[in-house]
Ligand binder design. Structure first.
Ligand SMILES: [Zn+2]
Length: 343
């Protein structure tokens, strides 16, 4: 088996057992905090919500696309959002989605390649998507635009009453944090406000760690080796910053997104001679039988598709011998993956 694939399986092994072990922590979290959370974010490997908020994976449902450029006209994106919102309604819970964009505080060119480093355009798109989601889901869904600064992982929530960030909340008590968040979001209901606190508290303490240990400029830049296409990759990011570019397969412009991701891989490999990269597809399933077979068929065919897109756009990368492919399916309840194709 290829070294990079062994590394993926090793991470999955570790993270899926951590995920199963965290089940009781998640249940305790949900017993106190009933709001359903999701985060719309860029495929960028430096953006990892569970790490920057010190929360276990599985608490926040991730939606990843290049630049976080989801749009409500994407049929399967809106369908998946609706399914998630309706699951909350059936449990009598509210839903809250962070619509995020990212940037670098030190160098604009360490910002979002998906937006050609135009942070204002990325934020404007997030604001429009927030408004569109509010229109569709009404008072059931709280949609919040969130800026992610990737040098120091600062999470900033933009509200009608101002901004609140992990950096601004350092050293404050939970009650003070709740009051600060309320100032920025006077219309948000008390239950959602209360449930926002753990994320901001986690970010405040994560950010405190950077007072003494600033990232080097190499660490702030892209260094991914994996183009991950499909769903269910949150385990791949946690604790492994900067390894994968992740693209949700509901993207109707999948071809373009894969090309941008491949262009970053070409740049990253140019800096690291003889290193490997891989085109990784994963599709989750929950039941044996049809659900399982459908996941196998989808991951294989998705893998063949992105291999062709990358081969057409970057023939020299495909011919270099450095680029591999890995197709897996994942058992959703344990996040354990199974290899169904490798080259
Ligand atoms: Zn980005």
């Amino acid at each position: 088996m290829k070294k990079i694939h062994e590394r993926i399986l090793e991470i999955n092994e570790k993270q899926s057992s951590a995920y199963v072990n965290d089940e009781s922590a998640r249940q305790r979290h949900w017993a106190k905090h009933t709001t359903f959370f999701a985060c719309i974010k860029c495929m960028d490997g430096r953006v990892h919500f569970p790490n920057m908020t010190l929360t276990p994976i599985g608490i926040v449902k991730p939606f990843r696309a290049i630049g976080g450029k989801f749009d409500v006209f994407w049929p399967s994106f809106l369908g998946r959002m609706r399914h998630w919102v309706e699951a909350a309604i059936h449990q009598g819970s509210r839903s809250c989605v962070f619509v995020s964009y990212h940037y670098s505080g030190s160098d604009p060119h360490l910002g979002c390649a998906g937006w050609k480093y135009d942070t204002a355009a990325a934020r404007a798109h997030a604001e429009k998507l927030r408004d569109d989601l509010r229109f569709v889901f009404g008072e059931q869904l709280t949609a919040i635009v969130a800026g992610i600064e990737t040098d120091c992982d600062v999470l900033t929530l933009h509200g009608p009453g101002g901004d609140v960030s992990g950096a601004s909340l350092k050293g404050k008590s939970e009650e003070e944090m709740r009051m600060e968040i309320k100032k920025c979001f006077p219309m948000v209901t008390d239950d959602v406000l209360r449930d926002l606190v753990p994320f901001m508290k986690g970010n405040a303490s994560h950010v405190s760690g950077f007072d003494t240990c600033a990232r080097t400029s190499a660490e702030k830049d892209h260094d991914e080796r994996i183009v991950a296409v499909g769903q269910g990759f949150d385990w791949l990011v946690t604790g492994n910053s900067n390894l994968a570019l992740i693209i949700n397969d509901s993207d109707p412009n999948l071809q373009e997104s894969v090309k941008v991701a491949a262009s970053l891989i070409v740049k990253n490999l140019a800096r690291a001679m003889n290193d490997e990269a891989t085109l990784f597809t994963n599709v989750p399933y929950t039941e044996p039988g049809l659900d399982y077979r459908q996941a196998i068929a989808r991951t294989k065919s998705l893998n063949a598709f992105i291999k062709k897109v990358v081969g057409d756009a970057y023939p020299e990368l495909s011919a270099s011998g450095c680029l591999h492919t890995l197709a897996t399916v994942m058992f959703e309840p344990s996040k354990k993956i199974e290899v169904v194709g490798e080259e």
